[in-house]
Design a binder for this molecule. Structure first.
Ligand code: ZN
Length: 308
C-alpha cells in the first residue's frame, strides 16, 4: 500500500462568497463525508494545512500584489473583485491555508514522508494569474507549491497536469516563461476563461476539447499528447490541478467524464511518476461543484493514489 497524505484545514470552510455561490464550503463537507463513508479515512495520513507565508506566495506572485490581496478583505459583508470572485472577512485565512496545504504536501512528498498527497482545499487557485485574482481564485496554490519545490527543494524539472473543465490560465501565466515546468491540460473550449487554445510556449501542451466530449476523447488526448510530453520532460515530481467539474453530472461545464476516467488518468500519471519521479505526486483540489459527483470523483482519485 502507498502512503498518501490528506491535507486540509477547517479555515478553508470559512471563505464564503454568498449563499448561492457554487464555490461553497459544502464542497469540502461532501468530500469529507464521502471519504468516511468509503472507509478511506483509516488508510490516509491526515494533516492540518499551515498558513503560507508572504515569502512563499511571492515566488508565484509579486509581493505587492500578495500584500494588496491580504489587505483587501472587508471588515464585514462581501467585497467583489470580479462578478465571480469575492472576499468575506475570513477569505484570506482560507486562501493562506489553501496555499499552505500545497507547501506542506510538497515537503511531505519530497522528503519521503508520503509517496503522494491530496489537498482538500478552497479557494482553488489555477485561474489566479501572477498579478490578478479571478475565477474564484486568489493565490495560485499549485504554482506556489511548484516554486517551493524548485526554489527550496532544488528540483530541476516538474510537471503540472490540469484536468479541470476550465483552462488554468493563471498557471499558464506564471509558468509560460519557466521551462523547468511542463504544463499539460485539457479544458472545454470555447469556455471560461477563453484562453489556452493556442500554446503560448514550448512547455505548454493545452488540449482544448469541444463541449460534450466524453472519456474516449479525453483518454485519447492524454494518451497521444500528455503522456509523450510528460515522458519527454522527465519530471522529478508531478503536480495535479485536480478539478472535477468536467464530470458528466457537473452543471458548471458540459463535458462527460465519469469516475472511471479520473481513476484511469490517475493510473496513467502514477505510471509516469513511477518511471521518472520516484512516484511523487502532489494533487490539489481545483473545481468541482456538483456535490455528489465531486465527492465520488475525489474519493476515486484518492483511492487510486493510495493503491486501495
Ligand atoms: Zn473549473
Amino acid at each position: 500500500m502507498t502512503s498518501t497524505a490528506f491535507i486540509t484545514h477547517k479555515d478553508c470552510w470559512l471563505h464564503n462568497m454568498g449563499t448561492h455561490h457554487p464555490e461553497s464550503p459544502e464542497r469540502l463537507g461532501a468530500i469529507n463525508d464521502r471519504l468516511i463513508a468509503a472507509g478511506l479515512d483509516m488508510y490516509l495520513s491526515f494533516y492540518d494545512a499551515p498558513t503560507a507565508t508572504v515569502e512563499q506566495l511571492s515566488r508565484a506572485h509579486p509581493k505587492e500584489h500578495v500584500e494588496e490581496l491580504l489587505a483587501s478583505v472587508p471588515d464585514h459583508g462581501i467585497r467583489h473583485l470580479d462578478p465571480d470572485t469575492a472576499l468575506c472577512p475570513n477569505s484570506m485565512k482560507a486562501a493562506l491555508r489553501s496555499a499552505g496545504a500545497g507547501i506542506l504536501a510538497t515537503d511531505l512528498v519530497l522528503s519521503g514522508q508520503a509517496e503522494n498527497a491530496f489537498c482538500a482545499i478552497r479557494p482553488p487557485g489555477h485561474h489566479a494569474e501572477a498579478q490578478k485574482a479571478m475565477g474564484f481564485c486568489f493565490f495560485n496554490n499549485v504554482a506556489v507549491a511548484i516554486r517551493h519545490a524548485l526554489e527550496v527543494h532544488g528540483l530541476k524539472r516538474v510537471a503540472v497536469v490540469d484536468f479541470d473543465v476550465h483552462h488554468g490560465n493563471g498557471t499558464e501565466d506564471i509558468f509560460k516563461d519557466d521551462p523547468r515546468v511542463m504544463m499539460v491540460s485539457i479544458f472545454q473550449h470555447p469556455f471560461y476563461p477563453y484562453s489556452g487554445a493556442d500554446n503560448p510556449a514550448p512547455n505548454m501542451e493545452n488540449v482544448p476539447l469541444k463541449a460534450g466530449s466524453r472519456g474516449d476523447v479525453f483518454r485519447e488526448a492524454v494518451t497521444n499528447i500528455w503522456l509523450p510530453a510528460l515522458r519527454n520532460h522527465a519530471p522529478e515530481a508531478i503536480f495535479i490541478s485536480a478539478g472535477f467539474d468536467a464530470h458528466y453530472e457537473d452543471d458548471m461545464g458540459s463535458m462527460g467524464l465519469v469516475e472511471a476516467d479520473y481513476i484511469w488518468v490517475t493510473e496513467q500519471l502514477k505510471q509516469v511518476a513511477a518511471e521518472f519521479s520516484k512516484r511523487r505526486i502532489i494533487s490539489l483540489l481545483e473545481g468541482g461543484y456538483s456535490l455528489s459527483c465531486l465527492a465520488r470523483s475525489v474519493v476515486a482519485h484518492i483511492k487510486t493514489l493510495a493503491d486501495l
